[in-house]
Ligand binder design. Structure first.
Ligand code: 3PG
Length: 202
């Protein structure tokens, strides 16, 4: 999972209000060169959006985000999601992802959470909410005690600070909603999404 995300560099965090926006948004992102997409389970439309993207792009790395409940993890696996992401760390969810053989990126924001995740054998973690939880200084501080942990910072990242995050040795990729914002999706501004994806793509 880390290698796939590292190659993708930027993971768009997607929030769909209308499932018919899902495929055009994926078209725009893929045209811009992004290869891993996260559909968040924050709206009613999320599952239909996920299914539509997976059907159109069976070979693209499409996963679900905002996984808070076991039932969501199970449904994500059944729907064909390639990975799951949570904003925080919960050992039960991590154990379930492992038993389902679903790649999993749980969120951490403190040293204690990193220790708990590490104890479960996880070494690739979402750092969330990155900017609010200390940003790059926090990642630098984590680097010394947690030598084998690699992060995907998310939360408050945009075109201006993404390069600085990606330059950190313990960062494999960044995630964020800026590449395909809710506003751009709502306005069906696919050209804007492709332009932002191109600017973000490796
Ligand atoms: C996430 O779940 O990763 C965040 O909501 C994305 O944060 P952003 O909207 O600040 O990019």
């Amino acid at each position: 999972m880390k290698d796939t995300f590292e190659a993708a560099q930027v993971i768009p965090v997607l929030i769909f209000d209308d499932p018919t926006d899902a495929v055009p948004t994926a078209d725009a992102l893929i045209a811009g060169g992004l290869t891993a997409l996260e559909v968040t389970l924050r709206t009613e439309a999320a599952w239909a959006a996920l299914a539509a993207i997976i059907e159109r792009y069976p070979d693209v790395t499409v996963g679900v985000g905002t996984v808070l409940e076991s039932s969501q993890m199970e449904r994500a696996k059944a729907a064909g999601a390639r990975f799951a992401v949570s904003p925080g760390f919960d050992p039960d969810l991590a154990g379930l992802a492992r038993s389902l053989k679903l790649d999993y990126l749980p969120g951490v924001a403190t040293a204690s959470e990193v220790i708990r995740a590490q104890r479960m054998g996880l070494s690739f973690l979402k750092f969330f909410p990155a900017e609010a939880a200390g940003g790059i200084p926090m990642l630098k501080a984590f680097a010394s005690p947690f030598r084998d942990i690699v992060f995907c910072p998310t939360g408050g990242i945009g075109p201006d600070n993404a390069p600085d995050y990606l330059a950190q040795p313990n960062v494999a990729c960044v995630g964020g909603s800026w590449v395909a914002s809710s506003a751009d999706i709502r306005q069906k501004d696919w050209a804007a999404i492709t332009a932002k994806a191109k600017a973000a793509a490796p």
